[in-house]
Design a binder for this molecule. Structure first.
Ligand code: FES
Length: 122
């Protein structure tokens, strides 16, 4: 009678490497002081929601501006360190330079402090 010997399990060296976690940025909301981590591949609105924070929104595609808010840097408005996946969401070039951003379709590219007086816990 033949005996069956299974192959040994693959070693750690031959295992498929796990995909790297996306970088996460720290977002602070003013005036509440609430904070959440925003993965680089998740819109700020959804990252806030995952942390139990509701930000104003309607369309969620960058056209209605219901989510419009402004980033701060050392107390002054500054261009927000965010990226957009659509060419030119509902913000002018000047608005972007002044720190305005649309959390529904923007992705953090640095730690951010955002004026969000209408933020609420959900
Ligand atoms: S929810 Fe409409 S632009 Fe952000």
């Amino acid at each position: 009678m033949d005996s069956f010997t299974p192959d040994p399990p693959p070693s750690a060296d031959s295992a498929v490497p796990a995909a790297p976690e996306p970088h996460r940025y720290r977002v602070t909301l003013l005036p509440s002081g609430w904070q959440f981590d925003a993965p680089a591949d998740v819109p700020l609105l959804l990252a806030a929601q995952a942390a139990g924070i509701k930000l104003p929104s309607l369309c969620r595609n960058g056209t209605c501006r219901a989510c419009l808010c402004r980033a701060q840097s050392a107390g002054d408005p500054a261009p927000a360190s965010v990226a957009y996946r659509i060419e030119w969401p509902g913000l002018s070039r000047d608005e972007k330079a002044e720190g305005w951003l649309l959390p529904c379709c923007s992705y953090a590219r640095a730690d951010l402090t955002i004026d969000a007086p209408d933020a609420a816990l959900c």
